[in-house]
Write a protein that binds this ligand. Structure first.
Ligand code: CP
Length: 315
């Protein structure tokens, strides 16, 4: 593996999941691989899970991990090429990324979308500037359109907990008060379309994801119909792809309850977290037997460790 920015960087997703589960059983078996190697983790946006799990994964492999919350601790970054920097920005991303690449062997980058200009977000303008200028292999810690470490952890969780060979996995839209990115559902859909699952997406009208990510999925606006017989229900809010970044309807009745889960095959309920209780997901589900959200977050370590191991083996 030369970089990890999407499922397309992975040769065999089943082999990667198997590798992650082996690392979960024996976390320190490859400490020699990371000796004298360093990963830099650069955040332009907040994080709890991605930051801590990737650091932990690096430590398990004997690597050093350095974190920079560049939005708060770095110089104000200029992202536009050709800018006359006579305003508030102090350092251009061309120098910042190139300098970071002098200090580390791998660079992790988190860069959320602005949700204003679809073309700019979907061309991954900011993330790709780090890829272009840092000169070392890059790991996505969530970009404008994808969150592959989360999706790998989700696939690991489904593989561990499934009771049938080809489980039914339903991605359901959930209500929110803020317009959120499409990165998590895009990425989850993209990975599920490559996995051995029966994959269904359900959302209210107006919340269709880009077809780039949902090619082999069944898509329905009928949530209850989608939930019937589900083995896993993945809950997530997202804003519209068209009109971009908008929220065409609040649909509070889409928040999952125990009663709605009665039609499922005793489904496990997943969410990437953070989750807004009683807005996106009810207390009764989060605190009840269906929820596997903490288990899922725990698997972020093994997802990151499997990816870092393959990157270390490639240099
Ligand atoms: N799920 C996830 O990426 O969590 P953080 O935003 O806290 O890293």
């Amino acid at each position: 593996m030369k970089q990890f920015t999407s499922v397309h960087d992975v040769t065999d997703i089943n082999a990667l999941v198997t590798e992650a589960l082996a690392l979960k059983k024996d976390p320190y078996a490859f400490q020699h691989l990371g000796k004298n190697k360093t990963i830099g983790l650069v955040f332009l946006n907040p994080s709890l899970r991605t930051r801590m799990s990737t650091q932990k994964a690096a430590l398990n492999l004997g690597m050093n991990a350095m974190v920079l919350n560049i939005d708060k601790e770095g110089w104000a970054l200029e992202l536009q090429d050709g800018a006359i920097m006579n305003g508030t920005t102090v350092e251009h991303v061309r120098e910042a990324a190139a300098v970071l690449g002098q200090y580390v062997d791998f660079l992790g980058v988190r860069s959320f979308p602005g949700l204003k200009d679809r073309e700019e977000d979907y061309s991954e303008t900011i993330f790709n500037k780090f890829v272009e200028y840092c000169g070392v292999p890059v790991v996505s810690l969530e970009s404008a359109t994808r969150h592959p470490l989360q999706s790998l952890a989700d696939l690991i969780t489904i593989t561990e907990l499934k009771k049938v060979e080809q489980p039914k996995v339903v991605l359901t839209w959930a209500p929110h008060i803020k317009a959120l990115p499409q990165a998590v559902p895009n990425s989850f859909a993209e990975w599920m379309c490559h996995a051995d699952v029966d994959f269904v997406i359900t959302h209210p009208e107006g919340y269709a994801l880009s077809e780039e990510f949902t090619k082999n999925a069944t898509i329905t606006h009928n949530q209850q119909e989608a939930l019937a017989g589900a083995d896993f229900v993945y809950v997530k809010n997202w804003s519209a792809y068209e009109p971009y970044g908008e929220m065409p309807g609040s649909h509070e009745d889409w928040m999952l309850t125990n009663q709605m889960l009665e039609a499922t095959n005793d489904a496990k309920v997943m969410h990437c977290l953070p989750v807004r209780r009683n807005l996106e997901l009810s207390d009764e589900i989060l605190d009840g037997p269906h929820s596997v959200v903490i288990h899922e977050a725990g698997n972020r370590v093994w997802a990151a460790q499997a990816v870092l191991k393959q990157l270390l083996e490639s240099i």
